[in-house]
Design a protein around this ligand. Structure first.
Ligand SMILES: [Zn+2]
Length: 121
C-alpha cells in the first residue's frame, strides 16, 4: 500500500466519523514513512559496506602503498595506505618533484588527500 493510499483511507475513515481510527491510521502512515527512510539508509550503508569489502579483498600492500588487483590481472595504484586504513578512501598517490633548500630536486610520491605519504622515490 502506498502512502497516498493510506492517506485516502484515513480521509474516508475521518468522513465516517471514526476519529480514533483516523488517528491510528495517521500514526501508521508516519511509521511507514520512517521505516521507508530507515530502509533506504540501510540500503545505502549496505552498498557502502560491499564497496569497501570488494576493494579490501583486492588490496595488496607492497612497501608503503596499496595496489588494487583488477579483473584483468593488472593493478591499480599505488594507493595511499593512510587514506584507506583511516577512511576507506582509495586515493592514488602522485609523483611530484620537490626542491630542497640547496636547490636539489627529488621525486616523491605524495597523497594530495592527506599529504602524509611523502615517500622518497
Ligand atoms: Zn592519503
Amino acid at each position: 500500500m502506498t502512502i497516498e493510499a493510506i492517506k485516502q483511507v484515513a480521509e474516508l475513515v475521518k468522513l465516517a466519523g471514526r476519529i480514533d481510527l483516523y488517528e491510528q491510521i495517521l500514526d501508521l502512515r508516519e511509521e511507514m514513512v520512517t521505516l521507508r527512510s530507515d530502509k533506504l539508509k540501510l540500503s545505502e550503508e549496505l552498498a557502502e559496506c560491499k564497496r569497501v569489502q570488494d576493494i579490501s579483498d583486492r588490496l595488496v600492500k607492497r612497501g608503503n602503498f596499496y595496489y588494487k588487483r583488477l579483473d584483468d590481472g593488472k593493478e591499480d595504484g599505488p594507493l595511499c595506505v593512510t587514506c584507506w586504513d583511516a577512511e576507506n578512501k582509495a586515493i592514488h598517490v602522485l609523483e611530484k618533484v620537490t626542491t630542497d633548500y640547496m636547490g636539489r630536486k627529488t621525486n616523491v610520491l605524495v597523497c594530495d588527500w592527506c599529504a602524509r605519504n611523502r615517500i622518497q622515490k
